[in-house]
Design a protein around this ligand. Structure first.
Ligand code: ADP
Ligand code: ASP
Ligand code: MG
Length: 412
């Protein structure tokens, strides 16, 4: 029988009543003749609570135990969803990651899925089970320990199952009815897109639009999974929501498809480092060895053989970055006057594959920010995106002004 993957996020399984409503949607697809793989998240707020408990118990926690605790929210919802379906006379059972098994790397708290052998679940489908309810976000390492896939990881579980089972479609049910031109919580003028290209979705996700985890979009693109984002609060239909697809399937699109933002950014500057070959290599090797994810980088013009080096990284990595830089100074690898960290910044980005063939997007973006009196601290560009780092207090203003200036509320 054809297989469908249906993923329900935290708000869609937040209460027993919501689980019942989600289960009814699953029942409709089963009645159409699909074998369904349901991927569930933890009830909304649960994962944050578990993460908080780990931090309170052990500030420098063992990542393997972090995963053991934090993965447990999904186990509860998987069991409750299976019970709800059974109450509706739908043959269903729950599966935790290790039972499938969802084999991952051993990078605890940010593991990658390596393999999902479909045999165990398919045997149960052959025996008459109609729904496999799988706990999202979790897997098992080569050492047999529980792993998690990074925050928002249930999206990735869903797409990986769709690829492994050759599913007809992977439907991501969430609290918005699709992918919008920007986060509808920040701009009331945000417009829902019927379709969005994989490349654009990948950029939006990696630049902060949390509607899909970045890795899930990468996998969907690589394995050609038909990926749809839709609301679990609206009427069920086969065409609702946003389809994430190849750009060839989209007839008309705006030059800029969307605006993304990330509050979780910090800017760090090394003041007065020697301007000599190898200096960038020394700084960024020290940061990379310490596991700091550097995003934007700027090097100032040198004066009298000294220069400043600035980079951005996630706010929660500032302490680690500082430690790594100080250690490199202590062992003589680098020499600088001062290290400054600014944690009151945000990144705002415009994304669109139309930028490949249109000029002037950067100029317009900078004019709009200048008209609003927003100072740009760092700029980076790629073929299909332009990102700026600005003071966090201007983030909403910048997103709304850019959304207006690029007329994103209007379809192409
Ligand atoms: P779930 O718990 O279902 O996984 P998430 O909270 O992870 O849901 O993702 C959905 C949220 O993503 C929305 O409520 C919305 O605020 C946010 N979001 C950010 N950018 C966008 C966008 N461009 N389009 C739609 N939603 C977005
Ligand atoms: N529950 C996990 C989280 O909150 C995974 C997910 O919801 O996708 O990050
Ligand atoms: Mg999510």
């Amino acid at each position: 029988m054809p297989v469908l993957v249906m993923k329900f996020g935290g708000t869609s399984v937040a209460t027993l009543d919501r689980i019942r409503r989600a289960a009814k949607r699953v029942g409709v697809e089963v009645a159409k003749g699909y074998d369904v793989i349901v991927i569930v998240s933890a009830m909304s707020g649960k994962t944050n609570e578990l993460v908080g408990w780990v931090g309170e118990t052990s500030p420098l926690y063992d990542a393997r135990e972090y995963d053991a605790v934090v993965s447990s929210g999904e186990n509860v919802t998987a069991g409750l969803m299976a019970l709800t379906l059974q109450e509706m006379d739908v043959p269903a059972r729950s599966w935790q990651g290790w039972q499938v098994p969802v084999r991952t790397t051993n990078a605890h708290s940010s593991a990658r899925i390596e393999d999902i052998p479909p045999k165990n679940i398919n045997t149960k489908f052959d025996e008459g089970m109609r729904v496999a309810v799988v706990a999202g976000f979790q897997g098992v390492s080569p050492e047999g320990r529980i792993t998690t896939l990074g925050r928002g990881g249930s999206d990735t579980t869903a797409v990986a199952f769709a690829a492994a089972f050759g599913a007809e479609r992977c439907d991501i049910y969430t609290d918005v009815d699709g992918v919008y031109t920007t986060d509808p919580r920040v701009s009331a003028k945000a417009r829902r897109l019927d379709k969005i290209a994989f490349e654009e979705m990948l950029e939006l996700a990696s630049l902060g639009a949390k509607v899909l985890q970045t890795r899930s979009v990468e996998l969907a693109m690589r394995y050609k999974v038909k990926l749809r984002v839709l609301s679990s609060f609206e009427e069920q239909s086969d065409t609702a929501g946003t389809l994430v697809c190849d750009e060839e399937e989209i007839m008309e699109s705006n030059v800029v498809a969307g605006v993304a933002f990330s509050r979780d950014e910090a800017k760090m500057t090394l003041v007065s480092v020697a301007d000599r070959p190898g200096i960038a290599a020394s700084i960024f090797t020290a940061l990379s060895d310490a596991g700091v994810n550097v995003d934007m980088i700027v090097q100032n013009i040198a004066e009298e053989g000294r220069t400043d080096m600035t980079w951005s990284c996630p706010t929660d990595q500032v302490a680690r970055a500082q430690k790594a830089i100080e250690a490199a100074k202590a062992d003589g690898t680098i020499n600088y006057h001062e290290v400054i960290a600014d944690t009151d910044v945000a990144k705002v980005s415009v994304v669109g594959i139309g930028m490949r063939s249109h000029t002037g997007v950067a100029a317009k973006m900078f004019q709009v920010l200048s008209a609003e009196g927003v100072n740009i601290k760092v700029i980076t560009t790629s073929e299909i995106k332009i990102s700026v780092l600005i003071d966090r207090k201007y983030m909403e203003l910048a997103v709304q002004a850019l959304h207006d200036a690029f007329e994103l509320e209007k379809a192409a």
